[in-house]
Design a protein around this ligand. Structure first.
Ligand SMILES: Cc1ncc(COP(=O)(O)O)c(C=O)c1O
Length: 386
């Protein structure tokens, strides 16, 4: 591909940005540079690579690719989504304060509460579905607002543009965890966010065979700092995982379209089912975030949470499913189902879960791209036993 990727459509960028044909062989797929070091031409002269913790051509290609998809100036790839989030928090110094969506991924909650608070950082847990709550939580020391939208498993939607304005008014940065939407459906940087993080483990890789994370910046000073963090702390994504994520991203657009169609059908089916007490999916007109989601994203995503009333009922359903697989994680081609209270959100104390509205009867589906009739039939037969 020649020319500026910014002028090209999403799928073209997904397939080509950061991935020119290999200069040595013309290979269309970026090779896996499985090397720890690089021979130098002579003292003080190299080909741009010295040591693979710092830079690796396969990782570089992925980083350039995700930056082009999110519209940032640089991307950095880490060994997991949590490592990317942890790297992002190194922008904070002792005594700084951050405002966080109250129902972020349980692992993010654990990192902030149980690790980072020990280093003198303070966090306020806020219902960011009302942007004004962010304003109320601001303090003199607020340096960062961290929003996940939609959240997991309650699928709560927060107004990125409104929160960006409030954060910037207070001199704070806005970071958005865009894992659930992927840049195909939502581009937080275009709505005013300063940083985007992803667990590439989910939709970006899309095939449930790699764990990774990326952090995309808009300010040169942040990009420079993250380069330094990568060099200093070294939680890098391996060349092989970088290759896998790049390969996954090439089909992101077609996968997301199919996730979306399948999820809409499942949400409609569950919404009308007598055994189901409630269904959370932003594509349902009844969802409180429906209009906002339509405004700030171009899709509703693949996550559906529904409540069967009790853990026993949830267990009866999970025991009977045959096509949907009981597993943590999401965003892969296969449909996964989980029980947040005992799985993804087990690290959130029961009283906090209750306060957030995560009940023991809830199950969360990450709708895959299988034939939707098979998914519907599987859910229908299992619901008979609930
Ligand atoms: C929204 C979100 N952010 C971050 C993470 C953490 O990513 P990883 O598991 O790749 O460390 C997850 C994992 O489930 C997630 O769902």
């Amino acid at each position: 591909m020649k020319g500026d990727p910014k002028d090209l459509g999403f799928s073209t960028r997904a397939i080509h940005a950061g991935q020119p044909p290999d200069p040595r062989t013309g290979a269309v797929a970026v090779p896996i540079y499985q090397t720890s070091t690089y021979v130098q031409d002579d003292l003080g002269h190299n080909k741009g690579y010295e040591y693979a913790r710092v830079t690796n051509p396969t990782r570089d290609a992925l980083e350039e690719n995700v930056a082009a998809l999110e519209g940032g100036i640089a991307g950095h790839a880490f060994a997991s989504g949590m490592a990317a989030i942890q790297a992002m928090t190194t922008l904070l110094r002792q005594g700084d304060h951050a405002i966080v969506s109250r129902n972020v991924y349980g692992g993010t909650y654990r990192l902030f509460r149980q690790v980072l608070e020990r280093y003198g950082l303070a966090f306020s847990w806020v219902d960011t579905t009302d942007a004004e709550n962010v304003r109320t939580a601001l303090t003199e020391r607020t340096k960062l607002v961290f929003v996940e939208t939609p959240t997991n498993p309650l699928v709560e939607v927060s107004d990125i543009a409104a929160i960006a304005e409030i954060a910037h008014g207070a001199g704070a940065l806005l970071a958005v965890d865009n894992t659930f939407m992927s840049p195909y459906f939502q581009r937080p940087l275009s709505l005013g966010a300063d940083l985007v993080v992803h667990s590439t483990t989910k939709f970006l890789n899309g095939h449930s065979d790699s764990v990774g994370g990326v952090l995309i910046s808009t300010r040169e000073e942040d990009a420079e700092w993250f380069r330094f963090i990568i060099q200093s702390a070294g939680a890098i994504l391996s060349p092989f995982d970088s290759f896998l994520v790049m390969r996954g991203i090439k089909t992101l657009a077609v996968r997301m379209e199919r996730h979306e169609v399948n999820a809409a059908e499942l949400a409609a089916f569950l919404d009308g089912h007598p055994k189901v007490e409630s269904v959370l999916h932003p594509g349902l007109a009844s969802h409180p975030g429906h209009e906002l989601q339509k405004r700030q994203a171009s899709g509703f995503g693949a996550l559906i949470t529904f409540d069967l009333g009790s853990e026993a009922a949830a267990k009866r359903l999970l025991d009977r499913l045959q096509v949907l697989s009981l597993a943590e994680s999401l965003g892969g081609v296969e449909t996964l189902i989980s029980h947040p209270a005992t799985m993804t959100h087990a690290s959130v104390p029961a009283d906090v879960r209750a306060e957030l509205g995560i009940t023991d009867g809830m199950v969360r589906v990450s709708v895959g791209i299988e034939d939707v009739d098979d998914l519907l039939a599987d859910l229908a037969q299992a619901l008979e036993y609930v």
